[in-house]
Write a protein that binds this ligand. Structure first.
Ligand SMILES: [Zn+2]
Length: 206
């Protein structure tokens, strides 16, 4: 905890001053260009890996960068309302779904039932990635590392499909005012791959 308090002091002393003008400029309004949907994982730092400054990314984080299917509901929906606000009110121009290597959420798709019993809410949440699990199991990959990477990438594509169930996103994509990208971030190298819709594969961003 002391580290965090010390960090807050140092932020105030150094970093805030470095970006003082920017912080003042965005103090009463935000105009982010991108909705960035990624995992809760502590090792994924959106602003760092995209070299963006405060005010540029509207960020949604959840276990395994999942997008629930569109529905109107009386439940308390965090991810769905954040997507709605970003697109309908902030008018973002891009949505990036950013998966990553060594994703615990994607790995948990294959946990045994007794382990999942300890995390019932996570288990329920991961039902939204069930089609990914089914596709991967059908391929029968022997190598566990390869299976993990393929699950993480397939999950990005699955969640892009879920985004398209949102009527206002579908409309904005159809009239080219919104672009959806699928990214895969590699923790060990810092490299990012972007899904190429024409080539149907992830291509490294250089
Ligand atoms: Zn993750």
């Amino acid at each position: 905890m002391d580290t965090l308090i010390q960090g807050a002091r140092e932020f105030q002393k150094r970093d805030f001053h470095e970006y003082k003008e920017r912080f003042e400029q965005i103090a009463t309004q935000q105009n982010p260009h991108t909705l960035f949907i990624t995992c809760c994982d502590s090792r994924v730092v959106p602003s760092l890996i995209t070299k963006t400054i405060p005010g540029e990314l509207f960020i949604v984080r959840n276990i395994a960068n999942i997008v629930p299917y569109y529905r109107l509901t009386v439940e308390y929906v965090s991810t769905t309302s954040a997507i709605e606000y970003a697109v309908q009110i902030l008018n973002v121009q891009n949505i990036i779904i950013c998966g990553h290597s060594d994703c615990g959420g994607c790995g948990a798709l294959f946990y045994d039932d007794d382990v999942l019993a300890k995390i019932p809410n996570t288990q329920k949440w991961l039902e939204l990635a069930k089609p990914v699990k089914e596709r991967i199991e059908k391929i029968k990959i022997e190598n566990s590392e390869e299976k993990q990477v393929m699950t993480e990438k397939e999950n990005v594509l699955e969640q892009i499909e879920h985004l398209k169930t949102y009527p206002y996103i579908k409309d904005r994509c159809a009239n080219s005012t919104l672009k959806i990208m699928g990214w895969y971030y590699m923790l060990n190298t810092g490299e990012i791959q972007n899904y190429d819709y024409a080539l149907k594969k992830f291509i490294q961003i250089v």
